[in-house]
Write a protein that binds this ligand. Sequence first.
Ligand code: GLN
Length: 382
Amino acid sequence: MNSVFSKLPNVGTTIFTVMSALANEHKAINLSQGFPDFDIDAHLVELVHKAMKNGYNQYAPMPGYMPLREEIAKKIYHTYNISVNPDTEITITSGGTEAIFDAIQAIVKPNDEVIIFDPAYDCYVPAIELAGGKAISIPLMPPDFAPDWEKVKSAITDKTIAIMINTPHNPTGAVLTEKDIQNLIQLVQDKNFYLISDEVYEHLIYDNQTHHSVLRYPELRERSFAIYSFGKTFHATGWKTGYCVAPPELTKEFRKIHQFVTFASPTPLQVAYAEYLKNSVHYIHIANFYQQKRDMFRNLIEKHTKFKLLPCLGSYFQLVSYENISDKPDTEFAIELTKNIGVAAIPVSVFYQNKQQDKLLRFCFAKREETLYKAVEKLSKL
Ligand code: GLN
């Protein structure tokens, strides 16, 4: 047989898998892949047990368990004060990544262009390319990584099918402001393209800022796939459960893909989340909870290490510059840090299409206080 023709010749194993494996191999503290190292709420675990014992062990309906979609609609009303139809506008997915993939496959045709911001989460470009599309990158510059809307405007062509936004942003922790949203609204007016809005860190937003969901702006909502993740909000990344909110016509196309990617997401998890969501206490305090971790981690880094902190307004990621420590490219530096110092981080260049080198690392602070202390103690040796 001839050798395999790769549809993704430039793609290797994701950096999250690579760095977590390296961290395990060297018994390093893992601040690379974004996941909490503390337990999830025991009550949520009980609810899954209960659902399993009560026989919720067969396929869920393809678009998702209806009581869960209804609770999501209530949560959206409670959080953003807007009404969403659970029957025609909400689809439960196996995590945010599946939802992003489905949305892209639903709209992108061969030779279509999708505008993304660089650095971008690593699943965007491969999903666009698998659909035959082309990712057009607009660079975001450190330290604030704010979009230059003039650049976006000049990147729009008659092939543009969508713009992807992500707020709070992974990996930079930047957040879109009201002004950004107004710029975006101006840009999309009278245009025929879609928005894919990755809002999986909607509740991880700090310093009393507001999360500007596309759902709150009718001009944006009518053309958007808005994507969310229970993994981030309820600390259960391994349960891979999320959802997509989109207008009925877009949801119809989205479900055509979803039904053949995963058909339906695990039933007992959906049943448990439906019950758990009834109490808003379970999500309204998340911002405070993570803000404390962010502040603690930033203070420790500032006081005890040579790393330079960049702003962190949202998400559970903190970017740092190591320009005072080393001249090495970031991937090499991150590998050495894992092996020699015992702390794993993500090199930021992997999130750029042009592999831009700004000497930045991403640390995840969704960790116990003790873990953060131990990590900084090790980092202080540099
Ligand atoms: N979203 C997580 C991160 O940015 C990783 C998820 C994954 O490993 N697929 O670290």
